[in-house]
Design a protein around this ligand. Sequence first.
Ligand code: BV8
Ligand code: ZN
Length: 251
Amino acid sequence: MPQGPFSEELIGRLKSAQRVAALTGAGISAESGVPTFRGQDGLWKRFRPEELANFDAFLRNPSLVWEWYQYRRRIIREVRPNPGHAALAQLEGLVPDFAVITQNVDGLHQRAGSRKVIELHGNIHRNRCIQCGKVVEDLEWEGDELPHCRCGGLLRPDVVWFGELLPEEALAQAYLYTRTSDVFLTIGTSAVVQPAASLPLEAKEYGAYVVEVNIESTPITPWVDEHVRGRAGELLPKLVEALARSKREGR
Ligand code: BV8
Ligand code: ZN
C-alpha cells in the first residue's frame, strides 16, 4: 500500500538506519510564522544581509542591527513550533541515533522537544560581549540605549554572521553526523550558505541516502537521492507516520 509522498526505499532505509541526521533551514520555521531569508516574504527583501548579518555592519551601526534582531526576537517569542518541528522530535524516538543540524537561530527545534540539536549559526536568544566574550542569556532589554556587558563592552546577538567562523564544537559534531549517517535529510534550506550547504553533498559522498524536502528545487536538488516537493509541516508528519506504521507492522 503506497504510504504517500516518500518512497518505500526511504522508509526501509530509515527502519534499518543506525544513525540519521536532518539539516534544517528557515523553511522548517516558515509555517510557524518566522520569515525566511530568501523567500517571497524574505527578510533579505527588506534588509540587505551585508548591512545586517556581519560584524563590520554591526560596528558601523549597532542600533540598526540590534533593531533587526529585536524585531526578529519579538516575532519568535510569539510563534510556536509547527508539525514539522514536532515530527523531527518524534523521529528522534524512532531511530537509534538522530540529530538535527540546524542553521536556524530560533530555538524552535528545542521547544518542539528535539534533544540533540546542533546549532551551526548560534541562537538568537543568547547574547555575547564583544569585549570579554561573556555570554548573556535572555536579556530583558527594550531600551533605546544599547545593551552593555558588566565589563562595559557592547553586547551582540550570539549568532554567526557572514565572514565569521562557525562554532567549532557544533561544526565538528555536524561533520561527524554528516559523515556517518545512513540517511541524511535536508529540509527547508536554499542550500546557498556555506559551509552548511555542502553537508548534504558530503553526506552523499560518505554513503548516506540523501533526501531533500522543500517547496522548490535548490542547487543541490540534482544531486540528492530523493527530492520531495512540499511543505515540511505537511510532509514530515507523513514520513514519521509511515515509518512508525512500518515498524509496527514489522515489514
Ligand atoms: C564562513 C546570521 C569561514 C544568523 C546567517 C565572501 C566573504 C566572506 C564569506 C564568504 C564569501 N563568499 C562566501 C562566503 C561564505 C559565506 C557564504 O556562504 N555566503 C553565501 C551567501 C555565498 N558563509 C559565511 O560567511 C559563513 N562563515 O564561511 O566562515 C570564512 C571566514 C571568512 C571568509 C570566508 C570564509 C557564515 C555563514 C552564516 C551566515 N549567517 N545569518 C541569523 O541572523 O540568522 S545566513 C542566513 O542564511 C541564516 O543563518 C540562514 O540559516 C542561512 C541559510 O538560509 P536558509 O536557512 O536556507 O533560509 P532561506 O530563506 O535562504 O531558504 C529557505 C528555504 O526554505 C527555501 O529553499 C524555501 O524554498 C524553503 N521553504 C520555505 N518554506 C518552506 C520551505 N521548505 C519546506 N517547507 C516550507 N514550508
Ligand atoms: Zn564583557
